[in-house]
Write a protein that binds this ligand. Sequence first.
Ligand code: PMP
Length: 392
Amino acid sequence: GRPVCECNTCYAGVDCSVPVPDCPADADSGDPLYLEPYWRRNVAAGAVVVSPWHRMSYQANGNYFISLELERHIRLLHDAVGNAVTRDRSVVFGAGSTQLINSAVHALSLDSGSNASSFIPSLVVATPPYYALYKRQTLLLDSSEYRWEGSTANWVNLSAPPGAKFIEFVTSPNNPDGRLKQSVLGSSLVINDHAYYWPLYSAIPAPADEDLMIFTDSKVSGHAGSRFGWALVKDEKVYQKMIQYMQVNTMGASRDTQLRVLKLLKVILAKVGTEGDIFKYGYEMLSERWRMLNNIISSSKRFSLQNLSPQYCTYFQRIRDPSPAYAWLKCEQEEDADCEAVLREAGIISRSGKVFEAEGYYTRLSLLKTQDDFNQLLMKMEALVSKEKLLS
Ligand code: PMP
């Protein structure tokens, strides 16, 4: 059995099989630990041993911060998966996609030939429910170049004030609701966040082909702690500004991280289409979790989940079931206006819809965590729904 110290917080005993009473189910964060067992199966192939003298330099190759070998493998991965066009695009690396988000806002703000004397800040917008970091980061790194302007709903059918332009975040599939999304303001410069555009979480109907696309290793191999993301950038001027931002901000992504991610992507690539395919593994796990949660919620009148349909996927070459990263749970009754609190009362920690600038009737449940976390969530959800049926 496993040593006691390795048990999830909700389990005890020598083999971690004894549930700890009254332990809450934590379904808050998007920590992708559901992929940990995959890497436990691929220990030898995915391990990295680094000599102490290796990669000491600021430079990864010549006078450059970016490993060309890793860049090449990122292009190979997109080609193999068919989720993005890499042709005619340059690649920027960041410390997670988190760092690339502001680098993109900065670069797009300065784009389009505005001259300094009459410079008007760009208006940064997103469509609720949206990933809260866009707002939090844009407000934190407050700059004269741009300003957080909130929901696109305030601007649909209106043009930007004279001289200003919109920078619109489009997350597809969306965090929190897993839907494929497109820009809603026709005239905006768009940052397409494709963190979840992998067969793990979504059908891949066609390769994404936008001007500025952001991806993250956190949601591909699952190594969120390595902090590695990349952007595919079409416009040369925007690319140069993003590279400058990285140079001034951190001098580029950690060379150790680049080395580790290269190894992980090589394993993923070598197994595409085989029995050990990470996309098949993750898809099967998440679609099963989604199915089990739906099973419970479908017998409830008090709660509902977002409606996602099976869709044709070019990667699996068949119609596949939904396998979203998150459940976007809705409390249907008027008195449950704070759905996050309703769940908290029942021992389930979730992320309130208000965080995503949506109504409090919604709350987000992560399906990406460990099997223990997920089992705990199912158990608590089942108890909550049975209580509802007893009372009705
Ligand atoms: N974009 C979206 C939509 C996300 O959900 C996340 C993480 N949950 C990120 C970006 C940031 O991820 P990271 O910095 O680990 O790449």
